[in-house]
Design a protein around this ligand. Structure first.
Ligand SMILES: Nc1ncnc2c1ncn2[C@@H]1O[C@H](COP(=O)(O)OP(=O)(O)OP(=O)(O)O)[C@@H](O)[C@H]1O
Ligand SMILES: [Mg+2]
Length: 262
């Protein structure tokens, strides 16, 4: 039997651990939830989009994705950090678009807001084309609310970390999704990788779509080829007999700038 005193009073190690957790928590709160972001969240809460932010699913330099809860169930809330770090990683064609969108007077915050709106717009276009993506629900400033892709409150894993029941079937499903994106929505994802595909009940959900571009863009074909090559390698390791060219064709790549090959 353990001493009741020990149950009542935390040990020194536990106190140290508690303080560490608290510091970590405070750091997270400071980094993401600046005043403007808290106001944006408040606005979305008032709209009834969700009631509470539960925990971070994923955080990085550019932003974080959180699980949130509301009367209608779970939500995924993506918060872009107001800062320059996202612009260091986005390709030049996206920066061109952002500059056009916010004008010469646009500051960093405005660019981030435009970026958030863009992710919402692209998700809407993809849903209309019946591409399997999280349903976009709302956005305000740097905060995007979307369908939570998960099972019983647990977020669905990225393909990279998921148990794949049937890689061949997944290949067919994934290329079908990308084909709809290219041929129906006329968009190329631009950063399609096993990290940006979530697996729920053996089905792929495409995410992280803000950098998608029109199939009319001169680089569209090249971008799709790059992603096709990555996925072909990945699926081959899983025993699926494919090639970069085959993935590209299955994804509707031949409808892009006819004849161009690389
Ligand atoms: N709708 C969603 N439902 C559940 N989890 C999600 C959802 N959207 C994103 N996530 C989780 O958050 C992670 C990051 O999302 P996303 O790729 O959109 O953001 P990101 O800023 O590009 O982050 P990263 O740099 O890690 O790719 C995803 O890998 C996934 O685990
Ligand atoms: Mg991502």
């Amino acid at each position: 039997m353990s001493d009741p005193e020990e149950l009542l009073y935390p040990t020194r190690a536990e106190r140290v651990e508690d303080r560490r957790k608290e510091r970590q928590q405070r750091k997270l709160v400071d980094e993401f939830f600046d005043h403007a972001t808290l106001l944006a969240i408040g606005r979305l809460v008032n709209q009834g989009q969700f009631q509470s932010v539960d925990y971070p699913i994923s955080t990085g330099k550019e932003g974080g994705v959180f699980r949130a809860s509301g009367p209608a169930g779970f939500r995924a809330v993506k918060i872009y950090r107001i800062g320059n770090s996202i612009f260091r990683h986005v390709p030049p064609y996206v920066i061109e678009w952002l500059r056009r969108e916010v004008g010469a007077m646009g500051n960093t915050a405005r660019m981030i807001y435009a970026w958030t709106r863009r992710e919402h717009t692209v998700l809407t276009a993809l849903r209309a084309a019946e591409v399997r993506v999280p349903e976009p629900l709302a956005y305000f400033r740097n905060v995007l609310v979307m369908e939570f892709v998960g099972v019983e409150g647990l977020p669905a894993p990225p393909m990279q970390e998921a148990m794949l029941a049937d890689p061949g079937a997944l290949y067919t499903d994934l290329t079908t999704q990308v084909h709809r994106m290219v041929v129906t929505a006329r968009l190329v994802h631009g950063d399609l990788s096993p990290y940006n595909v979530l697996i729920r009940e053996d089905r792929p959900y495409l995410i992280d779509v803000a950098q998608a571009i029109s199939t009319e863009h001169p680089q569209a074909s090249e971008l799709l080829r790059r992603d096709a090559a990555n996925f072909a390698r990945y699926f081959r390791r899983l025993g699926v007999d494919t090639s970069p060219e085959e993935f590209f064709e299955a994804a509707g790549g031949l409808t892009l700038t006819a004849g161009a090959s690389g």
